[in-house]
Design a binder for this molecule. Sequence first.
Ligand code: EPZ
Length: 421
Amino acid sequence: MDSILIQGGGALHGQIPIAGAKNACLALMPATLLAEEPLTLTNVPRLSDIATMTQLLQSLGAEVSSLADGKVLAMSSHDAENHVADYDIVRKMRASNLVLGPLLARHGHAVVSLPGGCAIGARPMDLHIHGLEQLGAEIELKEGYLHAKASRGLKGARIELRFASVGATENILMAATLAKGTTVIENAAREPEISDLATCLRAMGAQIDGDGTRTITIQGVDRLSGATHPVVTDRIELGTYMLAPVIAGGEVELLGGRRELVSAFADKLEESGAAIEQTDTGLKISRKNGRMNAVDVTTAVYPGFPTDLQAQMMAHLCTADGTSVLEETIFENRFMHAPELMRMGADISVEGGTATVRGVDRLKGAPVMATDLRASVSLILAGLAAQGETVVSRVYHLDRGYEQVVRKFRAIGANIERIKS
Ligand code: EPZ
């Protein structure tokens, strides 16, 4: 397995282009199953998760062609007849469960493996199942697979989500576009990826209002047509690279970055001492002055502080002046980066969903291990300013969600390389 070697060092300067959003693209791709005509996505990120979703859609009979060096996906599910999403693919990537709603809506049946847990939590699907059942689906769990059918088609309903689940909102939203009548989703997720999906579905002929708010209303239509849609900018990649000059010093511009995509995170970063400037071409980040200061962080559903930026923020707070308290409220086990940061000299204590970080002057490079996608990049961020050499192993986690990660860090002067093994 490859590893990444970082020599901690000086300030960082330069520009990094921000790619299309992984978590938007993983919901947009299954939308092709809803229409017979082609759906083309542009600004597609080059990531292994996109390759996994491509493999899954092809296993369902869809045609998926990757063009323009992976930045364009031309898809057609005109002849897609298979409605079984196999465990071998689904277990690799939870987002595979987003084919459930589209398969049900288009074909009236679907067999989708339960994704199983992952490092950060059990990741149940009760909200997806409950919402689709309210649209008239009958869903049964048999030998690890969800067997879903809607023999009389799906019918609009009013659905109240116990928790503003991103995936459940996306599955219900996609299914409702072809249901008979009106569907209202209350306490819907409000993440920008939901609005991006709704924009794409509207371009395909769906009638959707309220995306981005707590209440989404969908008028079902008989069929959807094809479309071409640009994937929205990746706010988690943006936030991740915003932390590089904050941790190591210098000034970096993130091309395509827009503050409104990361406003809660940007507010916290400014509170900690960062200077953030929106330019015509992106977001410019630097430290206001020398030492950064500690801040408290509580993750929440959008528009709150994103859970997907918690690990990266912790890497920064390890060397901020003072004590920070981080509350992780979305996932039950998302502090696995803490013990690895402690190997680098961080002073962190974890109690359930709360991590207390006491800032130290400087971290020291060490061999550390990536455990999940966002934890892996937080270790690289920590290595940027650590004294000496940091080696991050199991970097396949990184390839799932960070396009050309070594190249992007080198573009701003980081001393970083990938060691093939
Ligand atoms: C999406 O996952 C993202 N993944 C995650 O990003 C992100 O962390 C998460 O939303 C929260 O923002 C994709 O979009 C592909 P949820 P999702 O349903 O949809 C519980 C990354 O690093 N829950 O909002 O799975 C669940 O256990 C990944 O890019 C239920 O209890 O997230 C979790 O505790 C990691 N029942 C919480 O809700 C359900 O039916 C949030 O889950 C569904 C979820």
